[in-house]
Design a protein around this ligand. Sequence first.
Ligand code: PEP
Ligand code: MG
Length: 316
Amino acid sequence: ERKAALAAATGPGVTADGHKVPLLANVGGPADVPAAVEAGAEGVGLFRTEFLFLDDSKTAPSEEKQIAAYRQVLEAFPEGRVVVRVLDAGADKPLDFLTPADEPNPALGVRGLRTLLEHPEVLRTQLTALATAAEGLPVYLEVMAPMVADRSDAKAFADACREAGLHAKFGAMVEIPSAALRARSILQEVEFLSLGTNDLAQYTFAADRQVGAVSRLQDPWQPALLDLVALAAEAAKAEGKSCGVCGEAASDPLLACVLTGLGVTSLSMGAASIPYVRATLAKYTLAQCERAAAAARATDTADDARKAAQAVLSGE
Ligand code: PEP
Ligand code: MG
């Protein structure tokens, strides 16, 4: 029993009946890597590269500086997966030299991939730095773009990756409802999806993630959000591709089971949450997770969704 507990405390993410759900870490840079390794992360599911740009928000970091930082993270997960998100500037992550100062609604303005398509040299440097950093390493490098709205965004990003000579899988984050609704068309251009549930909730409920007064609407248990997750996961399954979650939703152990039941293929979260998610996932079968997901989606509020999933999983 002790052995089983230890394996559950360190092993890969898996349901009680053996359905694998890789548990990955969200990191902001090399400093976060030791905690991720310690927690037994199977790789990195979201490397937020913004941190490199925050030191000096007047210019982009040099290619050399980027190569060194990327390589440190990639080296920490030999044979593992590392999903790097290209710069997500704007809105809640403004950068002086890139973000327009005069937008009335920055969250609806030039941010994420939109910023990079307006500053292709910044994207190009980042992608070539990643290509150089990954050279000779056995890591499975995946690169994804934030704030992809439609197929043409996905194509522009994939084209930029190909032009930079990147040997990696290219993916799109699903953070805008349009991307979830048309996930299959986006998957004609890229090889994987990753749901950013923080922004997906913000845009689905028209509720600014930085405004506490509307935080009720940021609850990732909202059934409408679960519906969009299901749409994206089903589209990925139909295309034979993967669809992970890298927003805060993945760090709630019960919700992680529901996301698994919705068809999500990996979960990425802050390292501290990984042991709890691993232990909870190991208690239930995939069929139980699917029943919990269906029960949650059959409700009309976040609270009821949570209670419904809990009731199914506790066998009430
Ligand atoms: C998200 O939006 O859910 C996400 C993972 O990205 P960030 O929180 O960095 O915007
Ligand atoms: Mg986001």
